[in-house]
Design a protein around this ligand. Structure first.
Ligand SMILES: [Zn+2]
Length: 160
């Protein structure tokens, strides 16, 4: 049996916060504001996995009100969700994601993001696609006010 899921996430960019995307810490003048380490790509992946299982969303599993997830490593949250996927007898087939950020250019970090995501999802790096886009100077991303990510995942289980 196959299940497909989609996830989307946006964070405001503010001075004095780290910019972490796909588990890669990127040196920049601003970073993503939020409760955890605010890795938008990891959060989009989490929602895609939960969505594929019809298992709620990131807010229901990791509420802002829970101090446990304050400044949490989003890849710990991703690992927690992957355990739920595997507990249901599913594994990830592949994922395709796009990160939207005006600056800095992400090209040089894409390879490391793919490796991190592949490791987290327990799949081959060939099964992980991460793409980067700017906002073309438009909208909150284009004005440099936000970072956004969208991800799709395909899950498969042996049972029909
Ligand atoms: Zn988020």
């Amino acid at each position: 049996m196959y299940r497909v899921g989609i996830g989307q996430d946006t964070h405001r960019l503010v001075a004095g916060r780290p910019l972490i995307l796909g588990g890669v810490r990127i040196a920049f003048e601003s970073g993503a504001y939020g409760h955890s380490d605010s890795d938008a790509l990891a959060h989009a992946l989490i929602d895609a996995l939960l969505g594929a299982m019809s298992d709620g969303d990131i807010g229901s599993h990791f509420p802002d009100s829970n101090p446990k997830w304050k400044d949490a490593d989003s890849f710990d949250m991703l690992a927690h969700v992957l355990k739920r996927v595997e507990a249901r007898g599913f594994h990830v087939v592949n994922t395709d994601a796009t990160v939207m950020l005006e600056r800095p250019k992400l090209r040089e970090f894409i390879g490391s993001m793919r490796v991190n995501v592949a490791r987290a999802l327990n799949i081959d790096v060939d099964c992980v696609s991460v793409k980067a886009k700017t906002g073309e100077g438009l909208d909150a991303v284009g004005r440099g006010e936000a970072v956004s990510a969208i991800a799709m995942v395909l899950l498969m289980s042996k049972e029909s």
